[in-house]
Write a protein that binds this ligand. Structure first.
Ligand SMILES: [Cu+2]
Length: 595
């Protein structure tokens, strides 16, 4: 190693010079619930000192307009695909993982010797829109293969029969979601309801601030100057892109002016792959006690909760609704939001007190800064935080869970000789006594269960047919070295448990479809993770982190809509590389007629 790779890099862009943009608002009620959104190419400045970048965006914007809807008031969106090539992002695989100085190539701009990929360069703008977190009939859910080409339009009806929450809409095309979202195809969608209004939570500007956090990289010219062209770069050792520049609402490291008051931050991690662990720092001290988390993926928690002591962890697609108190601060005070999570994220901790020293090139985290908050004059003050928030959900009833169908899913990474690894969700069926093929054996105390892999790839036969109205328990077993945020479309779920496992996979036992493994539900001797459920995960979730050496159990109940949906890892490079599977929700009366 030519020099220490833990030393920080000088940033090629000045931090905290651009004001945090407020995404434009599209309030459905002002349009009688009928919206038209054009999906088009555009130009966008990610930073004051960067040339404008070519992008694809909803209305040509990054982020797309924030759509605001009311619970119980349906919204119809005419999604008009007016995209046109060339594809605005240069995709490349650098030939080496580090540059001649030993710096990981993903920590620096430019192509690092990689060739532009010609297949992605040929993309002209096929798209399909998924509204993440929405209770949507299957026809309008954005099935990854139901694509509309440039010049075509899709009219989707969203019933909005769901609790208030921060949702987001984004492209979901089979195999290229990672490119289309990276090019800019993402926007926020806020559902509001009466319960939130009773609690008098801030609504709209200036005190409610959506924060869409993403990471991006840019090309360089022959002189090494940033050109603004978006670059999606991976390397031979890491299949996910972990770009060095953190972008909030479309600006690199922006600054937000706040009055001395309580603000509501609606935070979404919209990055392809990066997990953030957010720490707020004021005058060198962590200031996490200024933050109360009131909501998660599907809206309000039952009670406000502090963020975890090490910081707020958000993997791709996870959301947090935060009340942040700046009311006691003098004008001119500055606070910085930092990220302390290494990439690829594996659940490892990092003390919040060291957040200012979190730069870690080996951890693909050259610049921990996310954004700055600056206190400016104003008259508003502190808001009291209600002790009781949501009253409309409880833990799933034990008697329903005791008879619930249990579905076992193993998260598996298979090495491929001539390409990046494949990641799959292996659906496991109980193996009969006379089953002769490879087995997954799971030991939980005295009990031993034997399974076989019944589905691995997206196009394999559907094996999950949940019945509407009935609880199910899904068990997610991580047999890989990284954390995967697993997302279910349609209804939210609740986490029941997170437990350590140790496992053995015999040489060559991860086949194209087959899988052999022995999993024991006890802690491995070298396992340092806590495998705890954070307080802020005890709400209604649609995306859950499954860490290495871990089994996560969730309880889900599909309620209203029958049809074909998907569940998948929300690391976009993983879902595009086959970490996605279908399920079909069924009305119980139809089950007797299923062959
Ligand atoms: Cu994954």
């Amino acid at each position: 190693m030519p020099r220490s790779v833990t030393s920080a890099l000088a940033a090629p862009l000045a931090p905290f010079v651009d004001a945090l943009p407020r995404p434009s608002r599209l309030i459905a009620a002002e349009h009688d619930g009928r919206l038209t959104v054009r999906i088009r190419a555009g130009r966008h400045k990610f930073h004051r000192d960067l040339p404008a970048s070519s992008i694809w965006g909803f209305e040509g914007l990054i982020p797309g307009p924030t759509i605001e809807a009311e619970r119980g008031q349906p919204v119809t969106v005419e999604w008009r695909n007016e995209l046109e090539g060339p594809f605005p992002v240069c995709d490349t695989v650098a030939p080496e993982a580090t540059d001649p100085d030993g710096v990981p190539v993903q920590c620096v701009p430019g192509l690092s010797g990689g060739e532009p990929d010609r297949h992605s360069a040929g993309l002209t703008g096929n798209t399909v829109v998924h509204l993440h977190g929405a209770l949507t009939p299957a026809s309008y859910d954005g099935w990854a293969e139901n694509i509309f080409a440039p010049g075509q339009t899709a009219v989707f009806h969203y019933p909005m029969d769901q609790r208030a929450a921060l949702l987001w809409y984004h492209d979901h095309v089979m195999g290229i979601t990672k490119f289309d979202v990276y090019a800019g195809l993402a926007g926020l969608w806020i559902v509001r309801d009466e319960r939130e209004r009773e609690l008098a939570l801030p609504e709209g500007p200036p005190f409610e601030v959506p924060l869409l956090i993403q990471d991006r990289n840019f090309d360089t010219d022959e002189q090494g100057r940033l050109t603004g062209r978006l670059v999606h770069k991976t390397d031979p050792e890491v299949m996910e892109a972990f770009p060095p520049f953190t972008v909030v609402n479309g600006k690199v490291w922006p600054v937000l002016d706040v009055q001395p008051a309580t603000y509501r931050f609606r935070v979404l991690n919209g990055s392809n792959a990066r997990t953030y662990r957010l720490v707020l720092v004021h005058e060198g001290e962590r200031a996490l006690d200024r933050i109360a988390q009131v909501g998660t993926d599907h809206g309000l928690l039952r009670a406000p909760t502090p963020v975890p002591a090490d910081g707020l962890v958000l993997a791709s697609a996870e959301r947090a609704d935060l009340l942040v108190d700046f009311s006691d601060l003098d004008v001119g005070s500055e606070l910085t939001l930092l990220n302390t999570a290494r990439a690829p994220f594996d659940g490892a901790t990092f003390p919040a007190v060291d957040a200012e020293k979190a730069a870690d090139l080996e951890g693909l985290l050259p610049y921990p800064q996310v954004m700055r908050v600056r206190v400016v004059p104003g008259t508003a003050g502190r808001r009291s935080i209600p002790h009781e928030l949501a009253t409309d959900y409880d833990t799933p009833p034990a008697d329903a869970l005791s008879i619930a169908p249990r579905r076992m899913i193993a998260l598996v990474e298979r090495e491929v000789d001539d390409g990046p690894n494949m990641l799959t969700l292996r659906e496991l069926g109980v193996a009969g006594d006379n089953h002769a093929g490879p087995l997954v054996t799971i030991r939980d105390g005295e009990q031993t269960s034997r399974y076989r892999s019944v589905a691995a790839h997206f196009e394999d036969t559907t094996t999950f047919f949940p019945m509407l109205g009935e609880y199910e328990v899904w068990q997610l077993i991580n047999l890989t070295g990284d954390t995967h945020p697993i997302h279910l479309h349609l209804d939210p779920f609740q986490i029941l448990s997170r437990r350590p496992i140790r496992y053995e996979i015999p040489e060559g036992a991860i086949g194209e479809r087959d899988l052999a493994a022995t999993v024991t539900l006890e802690r491995d001797a070298d396992d340092e993770l806590e495998h705890a459920i954070d307080e802020n995960e005890r709400g209604l979730k649609d995306t859950i982190r499954v860490n290495p050496n871990e089994i996560v159990e969730i309880a889900v109940r599909f309620t209203a809509y029958s049809g074909r949906y998907m569940y998948h890892c929300h690391i976009l490079e993983h879902e595009d590389r086959d970490m996605m599977r279908p399920f079909v929700t069924m009305a119980p009366e139809l089950m007797p007629f299923m062959a």
